[in-house]
Design a binder for this molecule. Structure first.
Ligand SMILES: *[C@@H]1O[C@H](CO)[C@@H](O)[C@H](O)[C@H]1NC(C)=O
Ligand SMILES: *[C@@H]1O[C@H](CO)[C@@H](O)[C@H](O)[C@H]1NC(C)=O
Ligand SMILES: *[C@@H]1O[C@H](CO)[C@@H](O)[C@H](O)[C@H]1NC(C)=O
Ligand SMILES: *[C@@H]1O[C@H](CO)[C@@H](O)[C@H](O)[C@H]1NC(C)=O
Ligand SMILES: *[C@@H]1O[C@H](CO)[C@@H](O)[C@H](O)[C@H]1NC(C)=O
Ligand SMILES: *[C@@H]1O[C@H](CO)[C@@H](O)[C@H](O)[C@H]1NC(C)=O
Ligand SMILES: *[C@@H]1O[C@H](CO)[C@@H](O)[C@H](O)[C@H]1NC(C)=O
Ligand SMILES: *[C@@H]1O[C@H](CO)[C@@H](O)[C@H](O)[C@H]1NC(C)=O
Ligand SMILES: *[C@@H]1O[C@H](CO)[C@@H](O)[C@H](O)[C@H]1NC(C)=O
Length: 537
């Protein structure tokens, strides 16, 4: 179905198409030490580069270097490479690979390889601006859309102004068209070619990384060996809607579950449970606190705790139940403590030395550049956007006012990605894909995994009855065995089977899973064990 594109790519890279040539060819990548001090890790990481065209649609395109990191398999010789992507879009995949490498060793038989997608890390980073003046204005004006009855209009104006900055004062004209997901999908295949293994893609993607995975799977179905897509995003909406509505479908439920599971866990594990209140009273008090902060933002040292900041903290912490005991302590102080106690916990959170908002802006502009460029429709006016914001508010009370900013930006974004995957994600890949997710995920609900799986013929689903963003955020012996079997020999879990996980306040980690050990060979994995955490704060 995409043969013209595949042959275009092969033509551009000048690599032989014959499968036999791929099998006998050796890696074209020169692996060596990484830049001194770039990664602070005890893993034996190696670095290398692969040259790819900036514009895959132009046979005369100039090229640039993708920067790769590799974590060699524990057991050598390796069975090949698994490429990784950690989503956003906007996160550096190399940083994510190094941070989670010990957990992802996957039986220790594959090399792990990651490159920073176009627009992220040091790869084509600046679309809009690196002028601290503009960045300060942009960040200083980013507020919850529901902060006042004019803030939604202001957010809409901000979307237009920021687009102007990117287009007239920044480098958007030179870069924005070239960082879309279809090109990154081609980069994954270029790396497969350069690795010189069996010519097939092995890939593990998380969150937005599942949209990238679905896209490469649909564009290059004949090149897929194995692929786990965990924390599945609805790619139909990612490309074709104005808002990723479905992503927020379970957010309010997970927020409520935070309080019910806290009461169940009891006061020794969850501070809020010591207050002799019901789960629904605690939740109502939290909503009241949000309203209080909306009306009277709280000054903390050199920062302000406003509605977006406080919700941002809560929403971020819903991703990883490992943080829930701390979240509960924080809320206990904010809701029921004295002002002085509140200041004492907020100050280190909001005035973190060494954390530069300017660095954080690189992520923001990558997010705009990739997601907004990929999104196909645009909106002509604020009036046209009103029904979209209303539907967002209906979808999730918790997320609506923190998710509106990206919508305002994308609806008015000046560029489209040079290539868009044109299909419907109904495809049969050479080997089946494994979709994965948790029953309670506030960012990528499990229904999206079922949605996308229904289009990929023969694919399987690993559903974990756990809580947090991506199945890997809920440590489980059962899911570990399923993942190991899939990477081991392609075995899919039986349809309808669900893995159990520990409760969110139980403090159960992957280290506990590896000690319990259902895996065939855990010797070396345990040697490498650190305190495994999935989403680090
Ligand atoms: C490197 O990591 C170690 C262990 O996590 C930490 O103690 C140390 O401060 C880190 N060093 C730098 C320069 O970040
Ligand atoms: C980018 O392109 C737009 C539209 O063609 C043009 O108006 C603008 O001046 C260009 N920006 C720069 C910095 O050249
Ligand atoms: C808890 O609340 C109930 C009902 O409000 C009250 O009867 C009870 O005495 C309280 N217990 C404690 C330990 O405060
Ligand atoms: C952000 O991007 C700029 C290049 O535009 C780069 O100089 C800077 O190091 C980046 N910051 C981080 C934290 O990656
Ligand atoms: C704004 O907040 C109010 C009060 O909490 C709520 O009733 C309303 O639904 C919110 N609107 C949006 C768009 O989130
Ligand atoms: C998947 O999601 C898209 C977008 O929401 C929807 O149009 C489509 O009907 C869904 N497919 C299935 C099988 O549910
Ligand atoms: C899933 O987990 C929840 C919360 O721990 C539990 O109440 C429920 O019974 C579990 N569901 C199944 C089917 O085991
Ligand atoms: C695949 O490996 C699992 C153990 O990981 C084993 O139980 C199963 O029989 C194997 N299947 C095939 C087809 O080899
Ligand atoms: C586990 O791996 C170690 C090191 O590669 C090897 O010595 C040992 O035989 C393996 N054990 C099993 C049960 O495969």
């Amino acid at each position: 179905m995409v043969s013209t594109k595949v042959s275009l790519r092969v033509f551009l890279s000048g690599l032989p198409i014959l499968a036999s040539a791929r099998i006998t060819s050796r890696s074209a990548i020169e692996w060596g030490p990484c830049e001194e001090g770039e990664f602070n890790t005890t893993l034996p990481v190696q670095c290398g580069t692969v040259a790819v065209p900036l514009d895959y649609t132009d046979p005369d395109s100039k090229t640039f270097d993708l920067e790769l990191v590799k974590i060699p398999a524990l057991i050598q010789p390796s069975r090949g490479s698994i490429q990784l992507n950690f989503g956003g879009p906007g996160f550096s995949a190399r940083g994510g690979a190094v941070a989670t490498g010990s957990l992802l060793q996957a039986g220790g038989t594959y090399d792990l390889v990651a490159f920073d997608p176009r627009g992220t890390g040091k790869t084509i980073p600046t679309i809009c601006t690196d002028d601290p003046l503009y960045i300060g204005q942009i960040l200083g004006e980013t507020r919850a859309s529901n902060e006042s009855d004019t803030s939604l209009q202001r957010l809409w104006a901000r979307g237009q102004v920021d687009a102007h900055i990117c287009q007239h004062l920044g480098r958007g004209n030179e870069t924005a068209e070239f960082i879309g997901t279809a090109f990154v999908a081609r980069d994954l295949i270029s790396v497969v070619d350069a690795l010189g293994e069996d010519g097939l893609l092995r890939y593990w993607g998380f969150s937005y990384g599942t949209t990238l995975g679905a896209t490469v799977g649909a564009m290059f179905p004949d090149r897929i060996d194995k692929m786990i897509l965990d924390g599945v995003q609805n790619p139909h909406e990612y490309y074709h809607a104005h808002v990723d509505f479905e992503g927020w479908a379970d957010s309010d439920k997970v927020f409520s579950y935070f309080f019910t599971s806290c009461i169940e866990a009891g006061p020794t594990k969850c501070a809020l449970a010591a207050l002799n209140k019901t789960a629904s009273e605690l939740e109502q008090d939290t909503w009241d606190f949000f309203d209080k902060v909306r009306e009277a933002p709280i000054p903390v040292g050199s920062a302000i705790l406003d509605l977006l900041v406080v919700k941002g903290i809560v929403v971020e912490q819903l991703k990883d139940t490992f943080l829930w005991p701390t979240t509960s302590q924080l809320l206990a102080v904010l809701l029921y403590g004295s002002d002085m106690e509140a200041q004492a916990v907020l100050d280190p959170l909001l005035n973190r030395a060494g954390i530069s908002p300017l660095a954080g802006f690189n992520f923001t502009q990558a997010l705009w550049g990739i997601h907004c460029g990929d999104r196909i429709p645009r909106l002509g006016s604020f009036e046209e956007a009103i029904p979209e914001f209303a539907k967002l508010a209906e979808t999730s009370r918790l997320m609506s006012d923190v998710a509106a900013s990206i919508t305002s930006h994308c609806a008015q974004w000046p560029w489209h990605a040079k290539e868009a995957y044109p299909g419907d994600f109904k495809v049969k890949t050479k080997n089946p894909i494994l979709f994965a997710g948790n029953t309670r995920d506030a960012h990528t609900p499990i229904r999206s995994a079922y949605n996308v799986s229904s289009g990929f013929e023969g694919s399987g689903i690993l559903e974990v009855n756990g809580t947090g963003h991506c199945a890997l955020s809920a440590p489980s012996e059962c899911s570990f065995a399923v993942i190991a079997a899939y990477w081991g020999n392609g075995t899919l879990p039986s349809t309808g089977s669900v893995c159990e996980a520990a409760g969110p306040f139980d403090g159960y980690t992957w280290a506990d899973v590896f000690e319990a050990g259902t895996a065939t060979n855990k010797t070396e994995r345990i040697e490498r064990r650190t305190a495994y955490r999935w989403w680090s704060s």
